[in-house]
Design a protein around this ligand. Sequence first.
Ligand SMILES: *[C@@H]1O[C@H](CO)[C@@H](O)[C@H](O)[C@H]1NC(C)=O
Ligand SMILES: *[C@@H]1O[C@H](CO)[C@@H](O)[C@H](O)[C@H]1NC(C)=O
Ligand SMILES: *[C@@H]1O[C@H](CO)[C@@H](O)[C@H](O)[C@H]1NC(C)=O
Length: 579
Amino acid sequence: MASFWARVWIVAAVTVTLATCLEGKFTHSAYLDPAREKYFLQWRLDADTITFRASVATLGYVGFGISPNGDMIGSDIVTGFVTDHGDTFCYDRYASARTTPTIDASQDWRLEASGENGTHTFLQFSRNLVLCDSTDRTIKAGTTRVIWAYHNQDPQHDTALMYHGETRGARSLMLLDVPQNREMPDDVQTIDLLNTYSVMKKQTVYWYRGFKVPDFGGKRHIIAFEPVLQPGHEGMIHHMDLYTCLKDVDPDMYDGVQHARHSRDFPEDWHSCKIRLVAWEVGGEGIYYPEKAGLSVGGPDDPTFFLMETHYNNPQHKTGIVDRSGLRVLYTSELRQHDLGYMQLGMEVARTLIIPPGSQAFVTAGTCYPDCLEKAMEEESIEKIHVIGVHFHTHLAGRKMKMRHVRNGVELPWIRNDGNFDFNFQQTVSLQKEVEVLKGDYLIVECTYNTTDRRKVTYGGLSTEEEMCFGHILHYPNMKLRRCKSNPHKASYLTALGATEVTFSAAENDYVPIQPRHMAGKTIQKLLHSIDWDENTRQTFQTQQRTGNTSVTCMKKDTSVEAYHQGDIEVCRKPPFAT
Ligand SMILES: *[C@@H]1O[C@H](CO)[C@@H](O)[C@H](O)[C@H]1NC(C)=O
Ligand SMILES: *[C@@H]1O[C@H](CO)[C@@H](O)[C@H](O)[C@H]1NC(C)=O
Ligand SMILES: *[C@@H]1O[C@H](CO)[C@@H](O)[C@H](O)[C@H]1NC(C)=O
């Protein structure tokens, strides 16, 4: 055996460094296996290089890859193992099929360190983010699907891998979205918002708990949120979000009240709690605000009630456990220069978000128009806001999301682009560079959906099979504006479907065509029901909703007194450009 390894060692084109001297500082980490036990990944970013360290509970080989969609095919893969003699073999590979990935001609992943300790193998490797090699995938901002695998034995030959079987998987990570400013000031204080959830047998439970915002003894700034995971329960918690409400919700009545989604007693009042302050996903990190700004609490216009949503995952149907995980609020009385604001952009959750079935990549968009933003800025006597964080949200059919920014008819760099959106991994990300939004700018949230597996039209709605298209932004200074959105107008859709004359029917409480005769009186739902979707109709429909009239929402809170416009105003306005 020794002579065999000596022979292949000569042909193995890798440099091996010993483990001990290369304990670089990693800024990020996540378990890749769902049980969070076997495969631990750490990484850090230095300019245009990313360095990973995989520590895996095996003495066999370890694989790691960057995948286009979570599948092995098309993945840029690195595999490596440490022999009993301490030699390491590590290769840059590419998978063009679901079989042993081939070794790249150009070896672009650099092995930096490796070792074994009796139970675990670790490999530390780095590469440039952008590689000009068709067998390597560029690592971009936004969601990255990583794949992992390991085997409990080393291969017999350095280039011959055995099939990894079930010890493999895929998950989403945001590799490049670095949280800002994690240094906390000395006077930082914390409050924990925790569940007391008696774990239900069901696999998926969305658990809600209300919190009266405590009396802070005056105005304070929240400067960060961190997850608090009860030890041993990490694998059960899929995501935790914190919301404020558009309606005034009685904080005393609902403090400590808990309900599962769809439970019969779920308070009606909570349905307006849709403005997301924090979105934390498994594998994600805390949310840290830049030094200049904090989220105001305890002030006169500040939220008095928070609703926390926790998605529990219980595939093993465990019972008899109480979970006390939640979110930690880090706050300070040393007020920062600015109050943070938060706003929902994109589209309203309404039946005017319409996605034809069988679409590979159907694009919808909601626009925040300048007059709405301008009014809000004028009220605060400010000329601009600085966007520091973005959170995207769609349901199951969402594949891509983009926040576009237009000034004087010119498209500026996208504020955020996620070409690999993952419903199961949606979290607030801090922008690496804050973006100024001026009076007169347009902010457009674009959502791309895949409905190839659906037979019926998908409408906007609350269930995960219905759709949403939101982009929440965090910005400073604060404004009272909370929603700046638009949806295509019903009449516009009817036109796309061939109506030549449209009216509002009080009987149907909806827009209906008058002409042509065969469409007369039929609501859009009826018309859509009987449509034969082909590529042409789909295209016309998409174009019309991008270029036709829209209804805008420009609102502070849900009460009409405070709204800049009422919700459903008919406007003749086209997006500043349409592609
Ligand atoms: C080996 O390394 C793993 C991962 O770093 C660690 O958890 C484990 O305790 C180590 N085992 C020994 C025997 O040092
Ligand atoms: C849409 O989804 C289907 C089924 O999941 C998949 O086969 C197809 O490749 C997807 N299309 C695009 C453009 O992503
Ligand atoms: C768009 O709205 C304007 C103003 O309400 C209206 O005059 C026009 O007919 C609408 N266009 C379509 C195609 O619905």
